[in-house]
Design a protein around this ligand. Structure first.
Ligand SMILES: [Zn+2]
Length: 117
Protein backbone atom coordinates (compact mmCIF):
# COMPACT_ATOMS: atom_id res chain seq x y z
CA UNK A 1 0.00 0.00 0.00
CA UNK A 2 1.16 3.51 -0.71
CA UNK A 3 1.92 5.99 2.05
CA UNK A 4 -1.02 8.07 0.88
CA UNK A 5 -3.42 5.21 1.55
CA UNK A 6 -1.88 4.44 4.91
CA UNK A 7 -2.45 8.07 5.94
CA UNK A 8 -6.14 8.08 4.99
CA UNK A 9 -8.44 7.77 7.94
CA UNK A 10 -11.49 5.57 7.73
CA UNK A 11 -13.89 8.41 6.99
CA UNK A 12 -11.77 9.69 4.12
CA UNK A 13 -11.74 6.23 2.59
CA UNK A 14 -15.42 5.50 3.19
CA UNK A 15 -16.45 8.82 1.66
CA UNK A 16 -14.88 7.97 -1.69
CA UNK A 17 -17.56 7.45 -4.30
CA UNK A 18 -15.27 5.31 -6.45
CA UNK A 19 -13.02 3.49 -3.99
CA UNK A 20 -9.76 2.09 -5.36
CA UNK A 21 -8.49 -1.40 -4.59
CA UNK A 22 -5.63 0.12 -2.58
CA UNK A 23 -8.04 2.24 -0.54
CA UNK A 24 -10.35 -0.73 0.03
CA UNK A 25 -7.44 -2.87 1.21
CA UNK A 26 -6.36 -0.06 3.55
CA UNK A 27 -9.93 0.28 4.86
CA UNK A 28 -10.26 -3.45 5.54
CA UNK A 29 -6.85 -3.44 7.22
CA UNK A 30 -7.86 -0.53 9.43
CA UNK A 31 -11.16 -2.14 10.45
CA UNK A 32 -10.10 -5.76 10.91
CA UNK A 33 -6.34 -6.39 10.74
CA UNK A 34 -5.78 -7.16 14.43
CA UNK A 35 -8.58 -9.75 14.49
CA UNK A 36 -7.60 -11.09 11.07
CA UNK A 37 -3.96 -11.58 12.05
CA UNK A 38 -4.99 -13.42 15.22
CA UNK A 39 -7.39 -15.69 13.27
CA UNK A 40 -4.73 -16.37 10.64
CA UNK A 41 -4.89 -17.33 6.99
CA UNK A 42 -6.46 -20.78 7.44
CA UNK A 43 -9.41 -19.59 9.53
CA UNK A 44 -9.91 -16.56 7.34
CA UNK A 45 -9.89 -18.72 4.22
CA UNK A 46 -12.79 -20.73 5.68
CA UNK A 47 -14.79 -17.50 6.05
CA UNK A 48 -14.05 -16.67 2.41
CA UNK A 49 -15.37 -20.08 1.35
CA UNK A 50 -18.51 -19.57 3.42
CA UNK A 51 -19.07 -16.21 1.74
CA UNK A 52 -18.53 -17.78 -1.69
CA UNK A 53 -21.29 -20.24 -0.81
CA UNK A 54 -23.55 -17.34 0.15
CA UNK A 55 -22.71 -15.63 -3.16
CA UNK A 56 -23.68 -18.82 -5.03
CA UNK A 57 -27.03 -18.85 -3.24
CA UNK A 58 -27.60 -15.15 -3.97
CA UNK A 59 -26.78 -15.65 -7.66
CA UNK A 60 -29.17 -18.58 -7.82
CA UNK A 61 -32.12 -17.17 -5.92
CA UNK A 62 -31.32 -13.81 -4.29
CA UNK A 63 -32.40 -10.29 -5.07
CA UNK A 64 -30.14 -7.78 -6.80
CA UNK A 65 -29.40 -6.29 -3.36
CA UNK A 66 -28.49 -9.75 -1.99
CA UNK A 67 -26.08 -10.31 -4.88
CA UNK A 68 -24.41 -6.93 -4.42
CA UNK A 69 -23.96 -7.57 -0.70
CA UNK A 70 -22.47 -11.03 -1.24
CA UNK A 71 -20.04 -9.76 -3.90
CA UNK A 72 -18.91 -7.11 -1.39
CA UNK A 73 -18.48 -9.76 1.31
CA UNK A 74 -16.47 -12.11 -0.93
CA UNK A 75 -14.20 -9.25 -1.98
CA UNK A 76 -13.78 -8.10 1.64
CA UNK A 77 -12.73 -11.58 2.80
CA UNK A 78 -10.36 -11.97 -0.15
CA UNK A 79 -8.79 -8.61 0.72
CA UNK A 80 -8.59 -9.70 4.36
CA UNK A 81 -6.55 -12.76 3.41
CA UNK A 82 -4.30 -10.59 1.25
CA UNK A 83 -3.68 -8.35 4.28
CA UNK A 84 -2.73 -11.28 6.50
CA UNK A 85 -0.58 -12.79 3.73
CA UNK A 86 1.05 -9.37 3.15
CA UNK A 87 0.01 -9.17 -0.51
CA UNK A 88 -0.51 -5.70 -2.01
CA UNK A 89 -3.53 -6.40 -4.20
CA UNK A 90 -3.24 -3.20 -6.20
CA UNK A 91 0.28 -4.15 -7.27
CA UNK A 92 -0.68 -7.80 -7.80
CA UNK A 93 -3.55 -6.85 -10.10
CA UNK A 94 -1.47 -4.33 -12.02
CA UNK A 95 1.42 -6.78 -12.43
CA UNK A 96 -0.77 -9.66 -13.57
CA UNK A 97 -3.48 -7.93 -15.66
CA UNK A 98 -2.24 -4.39 -16.26
CA UNK A 99 -0.67 -5.27 -19.62
CA UNK A 100 -3.58 -7.34 -20.93
CA UNK A 101 -4.41 -11.02 -20.67
CA UNK A 102 -1.54 -12.88 -18.98
CA UNK A 103 -2.00 -15.74 -21.47
CA UNK A 104 -2.01 -13.92 -24.81
CA UNK A 105 -1.09 -10.32 -23.90
CA UNK A 106 -4.18 -8.88 -25.60
CA UNK A 107 -6.73 -6.56 -23.98
CA UNK A 108 -9.51 -8.56 -25.64
CA UNK A 109 -8.38 -12.12 -24.79
CA UNK A 110 -7.54 -14.29 -27.81
CA UNK A 111 -6.73 -17.43 -25.83
CA UNK A 112 -8.49 -20.64 -26.86
CA UNK A 113 -11.68 -21.29 -24.89
CA UNK A 114 -10.14 -24.47 -23.50
CA UNK A 115 -7.25 -22.54 -21.92
CA UNK A 116 -7.31 -20.86 -18.52
CA UNK A 117 -5.53 -17.51 -19.04
ZN1 LIG B 1 -5.79 -14.39 -23.45
Amino acid sequence: MSEMNAENDTNDVADLADISMADFQALIRKMYYTKDAERGIDGTFMWLLEEIGELAAALRSGTAADRAEEFADVLAWLVTIANVAEVDLSSAIRNKYGSGCPGCGQYACQCADSEKP
